[in-house]
Each structure stands twice: as structure tokens, then as C-alpha cells.
Design a protein around this ligand. Structure first.
Ligand code: UFG
Length: 345
């Protein structure tokens, strides 16, 4: 059995589906549903009724998690690894609520690492972020010095350090996945069914989702936050990766971790960037909807450009991206928003 924290969210649920399809593991989801959606656990259970378990739990309640773990063990389920998705993940929000980010992200990761060491759970895959790097000029490789410019990135940087230090002194190894900007919806969805996985949010803030919400008339307009950055068109540049490829990166990183028992850090992106203005234009082109866009000032916490050097994950694991095209990402995100419009979460 594998413990997936936060797998009622977008990335965790899509990754859980891939693990269920490609491995024989049972998956135990714990989620506090603060930003996740129970429909994702239900969907996974619908697809794999005997292999998915769900507990509503806040990770700050480590005693309860430990007691559930003991119950699972007593029932004959040994937990062989953790994939830790549960986190707060909005850059701008983190600048307003830093303590929530350090508590929810850093402190909970520390406690979870302690639980793993105590119960001999040796393999840990961690959702880290490109936000640990801060401002950079060129392609970022994993040795680029960490210099986060917002509490979100800092909370993840500290969590990484906790896990790496734990691995030095305990039978414990971790794969730290520094995600670049994930978007799109899984190709495995059946859009005739109420059971589908994707990016649900009560108040979306991510660029591709926001633009697709405009294209499906869920919102009347959107803003571009800043056009005075030192980038080719003045708007921020990001490396967008398709959710199915990000899920696959977890599977391949986990397999490598199991085979080698050595902690590794991987950038997970495609190695090319698109500006906010380019993304918005592409959403308009694909949807054929010319929604209203206003230019606004910079959003606090945003670095100008984040583009992955992804050589390490490509060479050190069997990961081979399959959907590395902005068009593919946006088309799937747009279909997903059309689905949500008639099948609200
Ligand atoms: N943006 C807009 N208008 C919007 C929404 C976003 O102009 O309505 C801009 C942002 O200012 C930024 C870019 O689009 O320049 C991307 O913003 P997102 O909110 O989509 O994503 P972030 O880059 O801020 O952060 C995301 C995740 C993090 C992750 C990071 C990695 O939220 O968890 O990508 O690069 F760490």
C-alpha cells in the first residue's frame, strides 16, 4: 500500500490514477478537503473499488494519522511508501499568509518524515516546486542555488532540506520533484461520466484555468499581472507541463527510488517557456472566443521567468514526456472546463 496525502487535489488524484493503472499497489488517500474535492477520491474508488481507501484527515493531526496507520497495518496493509501532495500552493496567497504556509507545508512535512522513520516507511516522493529557485535568468538545473522570493517557495525549500537531512541518518530515501507549471486534463477521462479527474477550484488563480474559464464564459474577463518584466514581451514566462506527464514523472521517479534507495532531486518541466500573453492568445485561438483581458500591475511573489533544465529526470529515470505541446495542454484544459460547465463540481 502507498499513502497519498492530498490526493483529492488535481495532481495527487491524477497521479493516483496512473499508479492504480500501472502498478498493483493499493492507495490510501488522506486529505482534509480544504482545497481538494471528495469527488476525486470517489472517482478513484469508482475506477478501482478494491484498491482505494480514503480518510478525511488534516495532517496537523499526526496522532490520528498514526493511529489510522496502525489500523491499516493490523489489517495486513503495510505502507511501503508515501507520496506527499498535501500542501498550500498559491504564490500570492503565501505572501499574505506566510505562517499558514510554514505550518501546513513545512511543519506537516517534518511530522510526516518523523512518522515514516518511526514506522520504517523508506520511500518518500515529495511535491516540491520551481518556486524554490526564485529569480533566475537562464534554464534552471537542480544545482541552481535556491533563493525563493515568496513564503510558498521557502516553505517547500525547508521541507526539502528536512527530507534530505532525514535521509542522511535514517533508512529513508526521497525523490523531490520540483514541478514547473502543471496544467491540462488527463487524456483518460470519460466526459460522459460524472467520474472524471481534473483541475477543480473554488476560486481559480492559475493562468490556463482562468483563461479557459473566460473561454467557457464562467468569468467575464481576466487580468494579465504585469507587462514590465525583463522578458521578451514583458509578461512572465513559465514552463507549462501536461498533468499526464507530471503524473508519469512521479511513477518513474518512484520506480527509480525503489531500485536505487538513493535520494534525488528532479526538475519536472519541458525546458521551454511561454509568456502569459502567449498563453492567453493561444487559449483565444483554440476556443475561438475573444474574451476581455485587462493589463494590471505585478502580482506579489511572481518571478519573471521559470524554465526547467530537465536533463536529469530524462537521463536518470525512464520518464519520457508524451504531451509536450502548449496546444495539447490548452486543448485538454478547455475540454475540461466545458465538462465542468455542465457537470459542476
Ligand atoms: N497570471 C496572470 N493572470 C491570471 C493568473 C496568472 O497574469 O489570472 C500570471 C501570473 O502572474 C504568473 C503566471 O501567470 O506570471 C503563472 O501564474 P500561475 O498562478 O498560473 O502559476 P505560478 O507560476 O504563480 O505558480 C504555479 C503553482 C505553484 C508552482 C509554480 C511553479 O501555483 O505551485 O507554478 O512555477 F510552484
Amino acid at each position: 500500500m502507498l499513502l497519498f496525502t492530498g490526493a483529492c487535489g488535481y495532481i495527487g488524484s491524477s497521479t493516483a490514477r496512473l499508479f492504480l493503472e500501472q502498478t498493483d499497489y493499493k492507495i490510501w488517500i488522506v486529505d482534509n478537503l480544504s482545497t481538494g474535492f471528495e469527488i476525486h477520491a470517489k472517482t478513484l474508488k469508482h475506477l478501482y473499488p478494491d484498491r482505494v481507501f480514503f480518510d478525511l484527515l488534516d495532517l496537523s493531526d499526526m496522532d490520528k494519522l498514526e493511529s489510522l496507520l496502525k489500523t491499516k497495518q493490523a489489517q495486513g496493509h503495510s505502507v511501503q511508501g508515501v507520496l506527499h501532495f498535501a500542501a498550500k500552493l498559491l504564490v500570492e496567497e503565501s505572501t499574505r499568509m506566510p505562517l499558514d504556509y510554514y505550518a501546513n507545508n513545512t511543519l506537516n512535512t517534518l511530522q510526516l518524515a518523523r512518522l515514516c522513520v518511526k514506522h520504517q516507511i523508506k520511500h518518500f516522493v515529495f511535491s516540491s516546486t520551481a518556486a524554490v529557485y526564485g529569480q533566475t535568468k537562464t534554464l534552471i538545473d537542480e544545482n541552481t542555488p535556491l533563493n525563493p522570493i515568496n513564503p510558498y517557495g521557502a516553505s517547500k525549500m525547508m521541507s526539502e532540506r528536512i527530507l534530505l537531512d532525514t535521509a542522511k541518518v535514517a533508512p529513508f530515501a526521497c525523490a523531490l520533484l520540483r514541478y514547473f507549471n502543471v496544467a491540462g486534463a488527463t487524456h483518460f477521462n470519460d466526459y460522459n461520466s460524472p467520474f472524471a479527474l481534473g483541475h477543480r477550484a473554488k476560486n481559480a488563480t492559475h493562468l490556463i484555468k482562468v483563461a479557459c474559464e473566460c473561454a467557457t464564459h464562467k468569468r467575464p474577463s481576466m487580468a494579465i499581472f504585469g507587462n514590465d518584466y525583463s522578458t521578451p514581451d514583458g509578461t512572465c514566462v513559465r514552463d507549462y507541463i501536461h498533468i499526464d506527464d507530471l503524473a508519469l514523472a512521479h511513477l518513474e521517479a518512484f520506480k527509480t527510488l525503489q531500485a536505487e534507495n538513493v535520494s534525488q532531486i528532479y526538475n519536472v518541466g519541458y525546458g521551454r517557456g511561454y509568456s502569459v500573453a502567449e498563453v492567453v492568445a493561444k487559449v483565444k485561438e483554440i476556443s475561438g472566443v475573444d474574451f476581455k483581458v485587462q493589463m494590471q500591475g505585478r502580482r506579489p511573489g511572481d518571478p519573471a521567468s521559470l524554465i526547467a533544465n530537465n536533463t536529469k529526470i530524462l537521463s536518470h529515470t525512464a520518464f519520457k514526456p508524451q504531451y509536450a505541446s502548449l496546444e495539447t495542454i490548452i486543448k485538454s484544459a478547455y475540454v475540461w472546463e466545458q465538462y465542468l460547465a455542465v457537470q459542476p463540481c
